[in-house]
Write a protein that binds this ligand. Structure first.
Ligand SMILES: NC(=O)c1ccc[n+]([C@@H]2O[C@H](COP(=O)([O-])OP(=O)(O)OC[C@H]3O[C@@H](n4cnc5c(N)ncnc54)[C@H](O)[C@@H]3O)[C@@H](O)[C@H]2O)c1
Ligand SMILES: [Zn+2]
Length: 448
């Protein structure tokens, strides 16, 4: 059994700052600091609407939550000194661990301790099932004859992330007479994680749920934080729920079978964390991008861990996206327009986000909020990660505008965007920007 993880350090600390001249929610994140107490964070949030402060708090007392610890136990040592890490997502009674490491699917006790009840439904797709389903069933049942495992295998692809295909999960669960004490297990990338999570949130009004993410995208982002859902033909992820898993199990060995294009797609979200809140991590990526692309195991493990720490901390501070969490959507408003406008699955999520990040950065520069060295660095790192730096040629200004108008971040008709502002690692989530800059950006990136 793994040694209990102890908080060794508070690796990252979110710093929110106010700027009274800014009628927006502003996040300043100058330099990581170590906090004296895990219960005190010198964060200040100020939300202003139409110049009137609607909510403000001077030093917020909030628990800083993302802690991680090396976990080494005898069984792991015996396996060949494979170390694993646990990042805790601290959400009170809904807290859970993210296990990160090589060979974790060979450690049945990690999964089994989070299975509630005797029935398990593994939700996966045809691609992933062929490689990992047997291994996961073995991990769920080894030494544990009490548990019976069913599986439902969905077609593979973003275009199947919809209500019709979701129904297949409910069909299987109901036909198998699963009850409230069952556990759903998501085995696959972000599409499977989002669908299985949403199914778990709504089947019998909520059953236990475990994430086993198998893509970089899902290991660094989508499996953590409890956002679940499906697409509508008019917009991405418009139907869904916040629903947290019991645990996330990241076996980094699963990345060995991931296609190169999918690996690069996930790196878009890794780059995002650096840009919005972790300049040091961005600098590390600038040096280590060749290693990440070459799948160096220790570089990948570090990038996954640090991304999970960033995500866990943001989610712990703002689970239901009242402000801070929205910053994780840097590039996504433009990116979702590409995914929806160009056709689900044509461009991978991370590819669309990469082009979206470039557009958000371009707009931030036009507004005079960042200097051109940041624009160049973002261009360089995305190119190095083999990600696109312009949207598809067929995207028009009108296509962007019509899809962006139904984005979830539109509030009272105001299109709020995540933009970079200040030194590297700082961003704002705001509807208070010059519309001309948005128009100029759209025209700069679209032929029509
Ligand atoms: N919930 C969130 O917070 C959140 C965050 C980011 C992205 N997302 C969502 O995640 C989705 C994208 O996720 P994704 O990039 O993982 O795409 P995906 O789930 O479509 O997986 C990518 C491809 O890789 C295959 N695959 C998965 N694991 C594999 C493995 N180990 N070996 C070989 N092939 C493997 C899949 O079958 C698929 O073909 C989008 O729908 C996006 O909206 C959600
Ligand atoms: Zn994303």
């Amino acid at each position: 059994m793994a040694a209990t993880s102890a908080a060794l350090s508070l690796p990252l600390s979110s710093k929110l700052g106010t700027n009274s001249s800014d009628s927006s929610l502003r996040f300043l994140n100058p330099k990581p600091i170590l906090l004296r107490s895990p219960f005190f964070s010198p964060n200040v949030v100020e939300i202003k609407r139409n110049g009137i402060s609607v909510s403000s708090a001077s030093p917020v007392r909030s628990r800083i939550c993302a802690t991680s610890a090396q976990v080494m136990d005898q069984s792991v040592a015996a396996l060949g000194s494979k170390a694993s890490t646990v990042v805790d997502v601290d959400l009170g009674t809904r807290s859970y661990p993210i296990y990160i490491g090589s060979g974790l699917l060979d450690r049945p006790e990690l999964l089994q301790r989070h299975v509630h009840g005797k029935r398990v439904l593994v939700v996966t797709n045809n691609t992933v099932a062929a490689i990992y389903l047997d291994k996961v069933v073995e991990a769920l049942t080894k030494g544990n004859t009490n548990v019976s495992v069913e599986s439902v295998i969905l077609p593979d692809g973003e275009k199947y992330k919809n209500m019709d295909i979701l129904m297949k999960v409910f069909d299987k669960a109901i036909e198998s007479r699963l009850d409230r004490k069952c556990t759903f297990v998501a085995l696959g990338g972000g599409v499977i994680g989002d669908m299985c999570g949403y199914a778990a949130a709504s089947f019998l009004r909520g059953v236990n749920f475990i994430q086993i993410p198998t893509t970089v995208m899902s290991q660094v982002d989508s499996s953590v934080g409890g956002k679940t859902g499906i697409n509508h033909r008019l917009g991405k992820n418009l139907i869904g729920a916040f629903y947290q898993p019991q645990c996330v199990l990241i076996d980094t060995d699963t990345l060995n079978t991931l296609p190169d294009r999918e690996l690069a797609s996930g790196l878009a979200e890794v780059i995002k964390y650096g840009l919005i809140r972790d300049a040091e991590f961005f600098e590390w990526q600038e040096k280590n991008m060749p290693a990440l692309i070459a799948r160096d195991p220790s570089a990948l493990a570090y990038a996954i861990k640090r991304s999970c720490e960033n995500k866990a901390e943001v989610v712990s501070l703002d689970e239901r996206e009242s402000g801070l969490r929205a910053t994780l959507n840097l590039g996504h408003t433009f990116g979702h327009a590409i995914e929806t406008g160009f056709g689900y699955g044509q461009w991978l999520h991370g590819e669309a986000v990469a082009a979206g990040i470039i557009m958000a950065v371009d707009m931030s520069y036009r507004l005079g909020w960042i200097d051109d060295s940041i624009v160049k660095r973002v261009n360089n790192i995305l190119k190095e990660a083999k990600l696109p730096v312009v949207p598809p040629e067929t995207m028009t200004v009108e296509m962007f505008k019509s899809v962006m108008a139904v984005d979830k971040k539109v509030a009272d008709g105001l299109m709020r965007l995540i933009l970079l502002k200040g030194p590297l690692g700082n961003c704002v989530f705001t509807g208070d920007y010059d519309r001309k800059a948005l128009d100029e950006t759209l025209h700069a990136f679209c032929k029509f």
